[in-house]
Structures are given as structure tokens and as C-alpha cells.
Write a protein that binds this ligand. Structure first.
Ligand code: ZN
Ligand code: ZN
Length: 361
């Protein structure tokens, strides 16, 4: 159990609460899921995963931490559950997280069990946990808008790049450097990191570039058919046409990309299992991501169309290349909306350039 990894813990969202078939937290789990004694009362797959956490599996800490943070904690943000979360936070030593990022201001994280587990996994050397913690810092996830800490997020990416030669960290940091987000702007170094990330992906057979080519080909085919019809002359028709093109691109791209077990769990939790998002919140628009907003307007919107939201710059860049440029640009071209400023209402940082030369890896 202490070595349980991705394959052992490929748990389905619908099995998480196997005892009663409910995916949401039951009265049994209104207790700390991190203490040995209490977690024995959890049922099914979640008990299995928590046992792996107790056995010391680093991957289990990352997986259960992600599930708790983005599914269980988030969907239980009622006043009573906030009280429960506060007690949960006391079960793990705060110093765990303090040791990891000494200068962080995110004290709110200590009240949420998922965040504690992720911090523990990062301390134990989980590359994935470094990345998700960076994204949480960028967004102030689990806290308020004022809890955003781009510098701490970028510092985690620097650490991930140095310790693990992490592709995700290189990509995130590359975008931060290009945008001057959390670090001093350095477009050249940013581009270099993005190229490094793309080269590692290619060497590992990750089909991002192949997926982009397939998506573009599929989009061009549908676009050609629509153009021949020559009747896209209203805003509604343009949006509809763009959606069709983007859908074709998404379908073609998905054949070349695979979700991790964690991404699959998060997507299923809010998808096929029908767990409701908090009112006014949304999933990251990258089709493979699965992260959700923990408060309204947490994620940044596409600054061109404002119709999609992303948890991170790397998710936005990837989704842009795979599908969103087909759904976003036609509107701009048709109606000259390129100047409209619909950046995140939740953010005062400079708008995230979409599809700007140099953004794509
Ligand atoms: Zn857009
Ligand atoms: Zn995302």
C-alpha cells in the first residue's frame, strides 16, 4: 500500500462512497477523514485510498488530496462544514506546509484537509502535488480573492522545475515569465521553458502536437462545409458555427490525449456522477483538466470572448491550441470584437493574452 500509485488508485468517482451509492459526503464522513480512527468509518474506495495515504503512499496523498480539495471540501462549503473543515485542519501539523513554502500567505489552506494532504505529498516529493499547489496559489483556491499568491505559485514551479525537471512546472513557469505573473517578465526565458516542455513531451510520446494537428485538420474540414453554405450572417449563426468547428476539433484531439486517473476522477465527479458545482462556479474549460472553481469568478476568463474560464495559463494555452481558437476567433473576425476587454472580474493582473505569438509552446 505504501507504494500504491496511479494504477492501484485508479478509483472511479462513483465508487468513492461505495457503502450507500452516494457520491456526496454522508453523515458518517462528517468527521476527520485524515485521522486513522475516523477514516475507518468511511466506506469503499475512499477507505482504500485513505488506507494507502496512511501507509505513506505519496501518490495516494496527491490523489486523495486532490479529491478532497476539489470535490469533497468544495461541495461541502456550508457553515456547518466550514466548522468541520476547521477541525480537520488541526489534525495535521501546520508546520508541514510552512516548511514547504516559508513565505506563503495562504494561511486559509490550513483549514482544508485536501490542501493539507497535497502539501504533505509535495513535501514527500510529489511532482503533481507541486503543480496543483502552484495552481491553487495562483488562484487563491479555497480562500478569497485576496489570498491569491502568484509569487508563491511561481516559486513552486521553480522548485518543480529544479527538483523534477517537471514538464507541468516548465510550462506554467514559461507562461508566468512571458506574462510577468508572479515573476519578473522574461519572454525569452519563458519561451525557452515552453520549448523544453514541448521537447520532453515529444520524447515521451505525449501527443499534444499530434492532437493539435488532428484538431486543426478536423476544424478545417467542418469550416469548409460551413463556408460553402454561405449563410453565417448573424451573431447567433456565427456562434453556432464556431461551436461546431470547435466540437470537431475537440473530438479529433481527444483521440490523441489521455486523462490521468486524477483528472478522470474530477471530471466524472462533476460529470457522470452529477455532483453539483457551487452556484456560479465552473469547471476549467480545458477538457482534460477537471479542476473547479472554489468560489465565484475564481478562474480567469478568455480575454477575447469571455465565454471560457481556465484554472491556469498552461490550461488556457493548451485549450487554445486544441479547440478554443476555433470557437473564439470567428466572432472576432466577423464582428471586430478584438478590442473588447472581458478579463476576469476577479483579477487585477494584466489580461492574459490569448493566442498571442510566443504563447504557444
Ligand atoms: Zn475566447
Ligand atoms: Zn485547468
Amino acid at each position: 500500500m505504501s507504494n500504491a500509485g496511479d494504477k492501484v488508485l485508479a478509483i472511479k468517482a462513483k465508487d468513492w462512497r461505495a457503502s450507500n451509492g452516494k457520491s456526496n459526503v454522508t453523515s458518517n464522513s462528517e468527521i476527520c477523514s485524515l485521522c486513522d480512527l475516523d477514516s475507518l468509518r468511511l466506506a469503499g474506495a475512499s477507505a482504500f485510498a485513505n488506507a494507502a495515504v496512511r501507509a505513506g503512499s505519496v501518490f495516494a496523498k496527491f490523489f486523495v488530496g486532490s479529491v478532497n480539495f476539489y470535490c469533497v471540501d468544495v461541495t461541502n462549503e456550508t457553515p456547518e462544514n466550514n466548522a468541520i473543515n476547521r477541525t480537520r485542519g488541526k489534525c495535521f501539523p501546520i508546520t508541514t506546509f510552512r516548511r514547504l513554502i516559508a513565505h506563503t500567505r495562504l494561511t486559509f489552506l490550513f483549514t482544508i484537509s485536501g490542501a493539507e494532504l497535497l502539501a504533505d505529498a509535495a513535501r514527500d516529493g510529489s511532482e503533481d502535488a507541486h503543480h496543483v499547489l502552484a495552481v491553487m496559489h495562483f488562484n487563491g483556491s479555497g480562500g478569497l480573492r485576496k489570498d491569491k499568491d502568484p509569487e508563491a505559485g511561481a516559486a513552486l514551479c521553480v522548485r518543480g522545475n529544479i527538483l523534477f525537471n517537471s514538464v507541468a512546472a516548465k510550462r506554467e513557469l514559461g507562461h508566468c515569465l512571458q506574462d510577468g505573473f508572479g515573476v519578473e517578465r522574461d519572454a525569452v526565458l519563458g519561451k525557452k521553458l515552453l520549448q523544453e516542455a514541448a521537447a520532453i513531451d515529444q520524447a515521451n510520446g505525449v501527443g499534444m502536437d499530434v492532437a493539435v494537428v488532428a484538431a486543426s485538420a478536423a476544424a478545417a474540414e467542418v469550416e469548409e462545409v460551413l463556408r460553402k453554405r454561405n449563410d453565417i450572417n448573424t451573431l447567433t449563426k456565427a456562434i453556432d458555427a464556431a461551436a461546431q468547428v470547435a466540437a470537431a476539433a475537440k473530438t479529433a484531439a481527444s483521440k490523441h490525449l489521455t486523462k490521468t486517473s486524477t483528472q478522470k476522477f474530477l471530471l466524472d465527479w462533476y460529470g457522470e456522477c452529477g455532483n453539483l458545482l457551487l452556484p456560479g462556479t465552473t469547471l476549467c474549460s480545458h477538457p482534460l483538466c477537471g479542476r473547479v472553481e472554489t468560489r465565484r469568478h475564481e478562474f480567469r476568463r478568455c480575454s477575447c470572448c469571455g465565454r471560457v474560464r481556465y484554472c491556469s495559463r498552461s490550461c488556457q494555452s493548451a485549450d487554445w491550441r486544441l479547440q478554443h481558437k476555433f470557437a473564439c476567433l470567428p466572432l472576432l473576425e466577423l464582428y471586430g470584437w478584438a478590442e473588447s476587454d472581458t478579463d476576469s472580474m476577479d483579477d487585477e493582473t494584466p489580461g492574459m493574452p490569448v493566442g498571442t505569438p510566443g504563447v504557444d509552446a
